[in-house]
Design a protein around this ligand. Structure first.
Ligand code: TMP
Length: 253
C-alpha cells in the first residue's frame, strides 16, 4: 500500500492527504501539551477519546445546521474531514470565569459571567497565541467584517449547543475554543467549524462536585486525564468499545 502524504503535524493531531481531493485524514495523537508545549506528556488513550468526542459534537452541530468540516470517522484514531483554510484565530467563548480571564481581570474562578464573552487570539505559537481585538483582525486582513459577523454567530450557536448537551449530563461548559475554516466553492466561500471540539479545547466541570473533566486535569496535575475524558464520554453515551486501559499490558496481534 502506498504511504500517505503527511500534510501537517501539530501538537495533538497529524493531518494526512485524504482519499479524495478536498479531503484530509485527521489523526488524533496521544500527546498532551500545555503552556505552549512547555509541558508535554503522552497519555495513552487520549487520542481515541478525543476522536470519538469530537465526532459526537461535530455530528450534533451538523444536525442543528451548524456547518463543520467533519465528514466521517474512519477508525478509533482517525476521521475524514473537508480540507479548509484555517483562519488564524482561536475563537474562545466563556460562560464562567476561568483560566487566562481570571489572571487578566482578577476574577474569581467559577464566577458566572453576565453573558457569554467571545475573545479572539492570534494563532501563533512563537508569540504564545496573543489576545487580539477585531481592530487587529480587520487591519491585518485575517478576516473580513462579514467573516467576523459569521464567526460570532457560529461561536454563539456552538456555545448554546455545547452548553445544552453538557448540562443534560450534569456538566457545566465553562469555556471553549474553536477554530474556523474557509471552504471555497467557485467564487464563494463558506465558513465551517474546523479542527476539533473535545475536552482538550473546553473547560468542563461536574455541576454537583465542581470536578474538572478537561485538560486542566493535565495542566494542573489533578489526576488521570483519561479517567476525566472517559467520564465525559461515558455520560454522553459514546464510550469506545475498547476503552483505553492505561498502564495495563497491551496485546499486539
Ligand atoms: P484560557 O483561559 O487559557 O485562555 O483558555 C480558554 C479556553 O480555550 C479553554 O477552554 C481552553 C482552550 N484553549 C485551547 O483550546 N488551546 C489553547 O492553546 C489555550 C491556551 C486554551
Amino acid at each position: 500500500m502506498a504511504r500517505r502524504k503527511k500534510i501537517y503535524e501539530g501538537k495533538a493531531k497529524t493531518l494526512y492527504e485524504g482519499p479524495e481531493p478536498g479531503t484530509i485524514v485527521q489523526y488524533f495523537k496521544d500527546d498532551a501539551t500545555a503552556f505552549n508545549a512547555e509541558k508535554h506528556d503522552v497519555i495513552e488513550g487520549k487520542g481515541v477519546l478525543n476522536n470519538i468526542l469530537s465526532e459526537f459534537f461535530m455530528l450534533g452541530l451538523g444536525q442543528i445546521g451548524v456547518p463543520t468540516h467533519f465528514l466521517k470517522r474512519l477508525n478509533m484514531r482517525e476521521q475524514l474531514v473537508r480540507s479548509c483554510e484555517i483562519i488564524p484565530l482561536e475563537v474562545i467563548v466563556r460562560n464562567y470565569a476561568a483560566g487566562s480571564l481570571c489572571k487578566r481581570l482578577g476574577l474569581e474562578e467559577g464566577a458566572q459571567l453576565p453573558r457569554p464573552i467571545v475573545e479572539y487570539c492570534y494563532k501563533d505559537d512563537a508569540l504564545g497565541d496573543p489576545l487580539v481585538t477585531e481592530e487587529h483582525i480587520a487591519a491585518f486582513g485575517w478576516a473580513s467584517q462579514q467573516d467576523m459577523d459569521d464567526i460570532l454567530s457560529l461561536a454563539l450557536r456552538v456555545n448554546d449547543f455545547m452548553s445544552g448537551v453538557m448540562l443534560a449530563v450534569g456538566i457545566r461548559l465553562v469555556d471553549f475554543k474553536i477554530e474556523i475554516g474557509r471552504i471555497y466553492d467557485g467564487d464563494f466561500q463558506r465558513l465551517v467549524i474546523a479542527d476539533e471540539i473535545s475536552p482538550d479545547s473546553c473547560r468542563l466541570w461536574d455541576i454537583k462536585t465542581g470536578q474538572k473533566l478537561d485538560k486542566d486535569v493535565f495542566r494542573r496535575d489533578l489526576g488521570s486525564l483519561t479517567d476525566a475524558y472517559t467520564e465525559v464520554a461515558r455520560r454522553l453515551g459514546v464510550m469506545p468499545n475498547n476503552p483505553p486501559a492505561p498502564g495495563k499490558p497491551q496485546l499486539v496481534n
